[in-house]
Design a protein around this ligand. Sequence first.
Ligand code: FAD
Length: 338
Amino acid sequence: MTNQNNFQTDLLIIGAGPAGLFAIFEAGMLKIKCHLIDTLEHIGGQCNALYPEKPIYDIPAHPKILASELIDNLAEQTKVFNPVYHLGQRADRLEKNADGSFAITTSKNNKITAKAIIIAAGCGAFGPNRPPLAKIEEYEGKSVFYSIPSKAKFADKNVVIAGGGDSAVDWAISLAEICKKLYLVHRRDKFRSSPESAERLKKLAAEGKIELVVPYQLEGIDGSDGNLSKVIVKDFQNNLREITTDYLLPFYGLAMELGPIANWGLNLNRNLIEVDASNMGTSIEGIYAIGDIANYKNKLKLILTGFNEAALACHDIYSLVFPNTPFHFEYSTSKGVS
Ligand code: FAD
């Protein structure tokens, strides 16, 4: 175990998705200092991990905005408050201290003590469903990717996408425009995508822009120094086929687990955290939940809901951080941002 690093802050936010990011802003406006933890190496939660290049149409005052752009804007809006990010690590252990504060220990052995906690953990800690291929970890992040941070990387390259759901099909359609050659490997000849996407896929396959490798499944990979040279696939008669490729993109969905949060003694309802919708407080005083993970009657799992919930939680947390200073409501237009 690595040496423990200790940190102290007013508010600890678990999850750097849109709800967690906007909570930094709301907290900052109230002079509440924040640290954030996320299992992913980058901020943005589902927006950056699952659909960075998809347009979102229901963010108020943005008729259309790419998911990655929304996250860039949130990061820009919050940076004036100097949040401290602890990325690539999971919030593992919760302790309650005698003075009422909390301490969270992460999977990288950082211990962060805070007067309040906001859990903005979405559907739980993200991790890709990895295909069971020998030595795949040696290629991950170099020539095997489970999400697409930028399409440009795949321009004029040979790419194998594996999977049969929405992500696999949508990315196959999107990357077919720029790849040298795109293969889509799936163990059935039917795809679980929307009918429109399935139709589009069929058309691109007929035009020779995508080669459908069906019904096949991944059997092995080969290459050196993290760079793939080929992917080996197998059909149900055990016939092998080798595909020369630069990249493999397995899209078998993300495993999302509530993980250790499930054992923190919170009132849960099927992996969601029950909250009081008036202030987003959980069954443990001082711990709040916002965004997709928070549950109450008529909850809408939308980004805009998470923004409002962030504001509600932070205003309630104010009295925990500044117990002797009465709260005076002010608009941002009066207060400014500093
Ligand atoms: P998330 O974005 O899920 O982020 C949670 C973060 O918490 C993750 O990064 C996770 O790694 C981290 N985390 C979890 N547990 C831990 C832990 N123990 N330790 C550390 N970190 C942890 N919504 C809309 O409003 N409009 C749309 O058009 C829209 N389109 C969508 C399209 C797709 C394909 C998908 C999948 C979703 C879409 N959504 C849309 C839903 C929207 O993305 C979610 O509502 C939103 O991301 C929820 O934000 P969040 O901050 O609550 O959680």
